[in-house]
Each structure stands twice: as C-alpha cells, then as structure tokens.
Design a binder for this molecule. Structure first.
Ligand code: HEM
Ligand code: CU
Length: 572
C-alpha cells in the first residue's frame, strides 16, 4: 500500500492503527508479561519447596524489605501470589488470546481490511500498556505490590499498603482497555464480514471471539465500578466494603462502617467467572482451527459447537456465586448456583466431545501445532471435571481454599489455555512472518512443557485432598501439610525445568524470524479459511482484492475434488 511506505518507524510499528501491528504488539507484550508472571511464581516455588531457606545467588539481588539475606518475607510472598495471578490473567493470557490472536486474526478471517475502529483499537492497546506499567511500578512503592490476592477481597484490601491502590488504578486502565476492544470486535464481526460470509460460515475462532467480546463487555463494568468504590474506600474514607466495628491489632478502625465485604465478592465474581471463559474460549477457538486443519475433515458438529458456545456465554453470567458457597450466603442462593453450575458444564462437555469426535477417522498430521491442540483436550477435560466437585456445595466445603482449587483452575488455564496459545503461535507464525518455526525445537518445547505442567499441577490435587490450604506462606506450618511436603519439592523442580524449556521457545521464536524455513505458498498448511488467502505477510489493508465467500469454513476432503481442501473464497 503506497501510504504505508512513507510512514516513519514510529507510525508504522509503535503508534500504528493497523490491526496486525496492534495484534503483534498485544501478543508480544502479553508474552513478556506471561514470562514475568511466571518468574514471580518460580520465586514462590522456592519458598514452598524449601521454606525459610535463603535462595542462593538470585536471593542476594533482592532488597531487605523483600528477601533479607535471601530469605523470603511473608509479605513478599503475598505480593508475589497476588501479582502472579493478576499478571497471568489480566496482563498475560487475555491480552495474548484476545488482543493478540483476536486482533490479528478476526479481520483476516472475516475478509475485512481492518477492525471497524482502528484508532479505538490502538487506544485499547495503549490503555493496556498503561495498566501494565502501573502494575509493574507497584513493586517499587513503599510496602511493595498488592498483597491481598488477585481477588482483592476487603476488608484486607481496603487497609492494605499503597501497592493495592496501584493495583486498583491498574485494573481500571485494564478494564477500560478490554471494554474498548470488545466493542470494536463486536462491531467488526457484525458489520465487516466479506460478501457471502454469513454467521454460520464464520470460522469457529471468530465465534469464540464474538462470545468472548460480549462477556468482556457485560461483565467488566460492574468490576470497574467496584474498583472505583474500593479506591474511594482507600483514598476518600468511604466504607462501601467496610463493616462497622472493625478492629485491627486491637485498634478500632476509624471509619463509618456499615459497608459490606460480601458485596465486593459478588461484584468481583460477577466479572471473574465470565472472565475464566474469556481465558478459555479463544483457546478453544484456536484448538478448533488447528484440529480441523490437521485432521483434514470437517468439524464433526459445527452448529452444535456454535449453539454450545452461545449457551455457555449466557450461562456464565449466572454461576458466579459458586465461588462463595462458604460465605454463609444461605441455602437458597447456594442451591441456585449449584444447579446453574451443573448446567454450564453441559456445553463444555459438548464442545470437548465434538472436538474428540472430529479426530475420529481423520488422517491426522502430527505437526507441532497439532501436538499442542491434542494435548489441550485431556488437560481441559481434567480442569473441567475437577470443577464439578467444587460446584457441589457438599464437596466444596472441604475443598474450598485448598490446593485442589489451585490445581483445578490451573489445569484449565495453564496446561489448557497456555498450550492452546502456544499451538496458535506455531500455527499462525508462518502467516505473520513468512517463515516456519523449527519443528524439532517445537516438539522438544511441547514435550517439556506438557510433562512439566503436569508435574506442577497434578500433585496439587493430592495436596488439596490432604487439606493443604492455598495462600500458605509456610507450607510446613501444619502437621497435615508436612505429610505431603515432598510433593512441593517435586512441583518446584518441575516449575523450574518448565522455565528452562520456555527458553527453547524464545530461542526458536527469534531465530526463526531470520533463519526459519521460508514458506513456499501463502497457505502452507493447506487451510480453508480466509486468513490464508492474503499475501504473506498480509500488507496494510490485508486482501489484494475484496474476497468473496462461497462455502462454510471447514470443507476438508470434499468428495469429487482432487485436493483435500476447498478454501472458502474459491468459487470452483
Ligand atoms: C504455568 C505455570 C504456573 C505455575 C507453576 C503456577 C503456580 C501457582 C502458585 C504456586 C500459586 C499460589 C498458590 C497460593 O496461593 O499459595 C498460583 C496462584 C495463581 N495462579 Fe498460577 N501458576 C502458573 C500459571 C498460571 C497461569 C497461566 C495463570 C492464569 C491464566 C495463573 C493464575 C493464577 C491465579 C489466578 C492464582 C491465584 C492467586 C491468588 O489467589 O493469590 N497461573 N499459581
Ligand atoms: Cu466460576
């Protein structure tokens, strides 16, 4: 495109309004934050494996207010936990899955030249960036970063150190970013589809992003408001979330009181439950694209998937209080949320079943992305199935706030979503860069990650069933926890090895930019969807001429054709 040629470096790569550049910015920033959040966790794992012992070498780099003599202070452990969760979810996975993959792929897959509102798109990225900087800066304020968990429960969060204020400001920026982005996705998908691309011809990835956008749009505003109210409690002396008569270390707290800590929990989980689907749906979308492409057969039940994901999106707004069974909210509430939670598990199982049935009878290509996509299925299954006992009040009583919960949600987001996102990086890398990532290194990265992730999270179920609480600074403080302390050592080694394995990915990612095998065509995987009909890499404006769509997204091995795929945009 002529006008992109005389753009300066800054216009082209930094303050760009091209959805592909913004997508790459999101993805790279997200990957950096994922690695940073991961490092916080690797530090925690030292304390969990060798409680109270000084951390050799690296420990000496920390200040006296965090790790004097290399020994981790409890306050710092709390900060690490809270910030690990926050960073992984809000600064890592969502930006990578929605901001990165969504931005890059949705306009391409629907045959559009860009997002509907390109400047809004850039504004969304920069809000995210600001949120990230604020969160990062909070590590350096007096008292350190936020230390009231990623859930920021009052009253603790209302009276916590200054880092909590930064956390709230950061969250407000991040939520604003998500809102701007989600409006943009919805308008883009509704208005900018290519001629012939009806809703039921959309690639499933686009459906997943569409539903995700509605979740972001409808779930985030209550938390944004709640965040502002909590800020006022902290800065303006209000008591939205502070009850009367609060006494801290023997001193009555000088506030009016009359507020409700429970209200925060409702507002928080009203967002945060849909948020977990924001984490998983784009991953399911990516896995679907990869699986269909690598089995060379149509999706087993496209419409079933679409209706399931719509139902799932809707239901995700009426299950939030399953996080609150232990708050004493009463049996009427508990029963309602128990029932809705059982119902929402049905579409998840349907989606998984469709993906598994799609494999049946396919001539599977075991490419690197396919390894990741295949591994996603059992990981997501374990994550989902272990959620059921948590959704039933009777079994949630002993399991709540134990490591079992941590194991459950990590199976969904870490071995689940993260593997899917990595698979997506390997799958679309040739479209973005024109080169393939190295296959051998990709497979080593896969097997290393897959084994280590299970090494970290599987023992969490054992710990949880043994009654070990989460958020425990000193894992050996209770006798029952001491009995399973050995698992902590194993888990920590798995985590550190996992860290090393990621270096292979980082090396492969950057080396392939220069040295990777050049793609021989614009469609190296012989796929059917529109993003492969663009030049490689796609220029500003995407398509050389406006594409037109003649069929559904997954016409693989159609009878009577010599090739085993039939692109959406090919008339004959
Ligand atoms: C892949 C390697 C990962 C490991 C080894 C890991 C490990 C841990 C550990 C040890 C905790 C602290 C448990 C405690 O409260 O004492 C934790 C909490 C948490 N993690 Fe991860 N994590 C990983 C990845 C992720 C990812 C990808 C996400 C999000 C998408 C995530 C989200 C969270 C959240 C939300 C918490 C709760 C924090 C809190 O309650 O304060 N983690 N993780
Ligand atoms: Cu939930």
């Amino acid at each position: 495109m002529s006008h992109s040629e005389h753009q300066s470096f800054w216009q082209k790569y930094i303050f760009s309004v091209d959805h592909k550049v913004i997508g790459c910015q999101y993805a790279l920033t997200g990957l950096v934050f994922l690695f940073f959040g991961f490092c916080l966790m690797m530090l925690m794992r030292w304390q969990l494996a060798f409680p109270g012992e000084p951390l050799p070498v690296i420990g000496g780099l920390f200040s006296d207010t965090t790790m004097p003599g290399g020994v981790m202070l409890p306050e710092f452990y709390n900060s690490l936990g809270a910030m690990h969760g926050t960073i992984m979810v809000f600064l890592g996975v969502v930006p990578l899955a929605v901001g990165g993959f969504g931005n890059y792929l949705v306009p391409l897959q629907i045959g559009a030249p860009d997002m509907a509102f390109p400047k809004l798109n850039a504004a969304s990225y920069w809000c995210y960036f600001v949120g990230g900087v604020v969160m990062f800066a909070s590590f350096f304020v007096p008292g350190g970063a936020a230390n009231s968990g990623w859930t920021s429960y009052p009253p603790l969060s209302d009276i916590a150190t200054m880092g909590q204020t930064f956390w709230l400001f950061g969250m407000v920026a991040l939520i604003t970013s998500s809102l701007l982005g989600s409006v943009n996705f919805i308008v883009t998908i509704v208005h900018l589809r290519a001629r012939g691309l009806s809703f039921f011809r959309l690639p499933f990835f686009v459906w997943a992003q569409f539903v995700t956008s509605f979740l972001l749009l409808l779930a985030f505003p209550p938390l944004e408001v709640a965040g502002v109210l909590q800020l006022m409690d902290r800065l303006a002396g209000s008591s939205f979330f502070l009850p009367s008569g609060l006494v801290i270390s023997g001193t009555p707290l000088g506030v009016s009181g009359g507020g409700s800590p429970l209200l925060w929990q409702h507002l928080f989980w009203f967002l945060a439950h849909p948020e977990v689907y924001v984490l998983i749906l784009p991953a399911i979308g990516i896995v679907t694209e990869i699986i269909v492409n690598n089995t060379r057969k149509p999706l087993y039940g496209y419409k079933t998937m679409v209706y399931s994901v719509l139902f799932l999106g809707f239901m995700s707004f009426v299950v939030w209080a399953h996080h609150m069974f232990m708050t004493g909210m009463g049996t009427t509430m508990s029963n309602f949320f128990q029932a809705t939670t059982m119902i929402i598990s049905i579409p998840s199982v349907v989606i998984l079943t469709v993906l598994i049935l799609t494999l049946w009878g396919g001539s599977i290509r075991f490419t690197v992305p396919m390894h990741f996509a295949l591994a996603f299925l059992p990981m997501f299954a374990i994550g989902g199935l272990t959620g059921l006992p948590l959704g039933l009040t009777a079994s949630d009583i002993p399991l709540h706030d134990t490591y079992y919960v941590i194991g459950h949600f990590h199976y969904v987001v870490a071995p689940g979503t993260l593997l899917a996102l990595f698979g997506g990086v390997y799958y679309w890398y040739p479209k973005v860069t024109g080169r393939m990532m190295n296959e051998k290194l990709g497979k080593i990265h896969f097997w290393g990650s897959f084994l280590c992730l299970n090494g970290i999270f599987m023992p969490m179920f054992i710990q949880g069933l043994a009654g070990v609480s989460r958020r425990l600074y000193m894992p050996t403080v209770y006798a029952h926890a001491e009995a399973v302390q050995g698992t902590n050592v194993f888990m920590s080694y798995s985590a550190w090895i996992l860290g090393l394995v990621q270096l292979i990915f980082i090396f492969n990612f950057f080396r392939s930019l220069k040295k990777g095998k050049k793609v021989e065509s614009d469609n190296p995987w012989q796929a059917t969807t529109l993003e492969w009909a663009t030049p490689t890499p796609p220029p500003h404006g995407n398509f050389l001429q406006e594409p037109e769509v003649y069929r559904g997204p997954y016409e693989y091995s159609p009878p009577g054709r010599t090739e085993d795929f039939w692109p959406q945009n090919e008339e004959k």
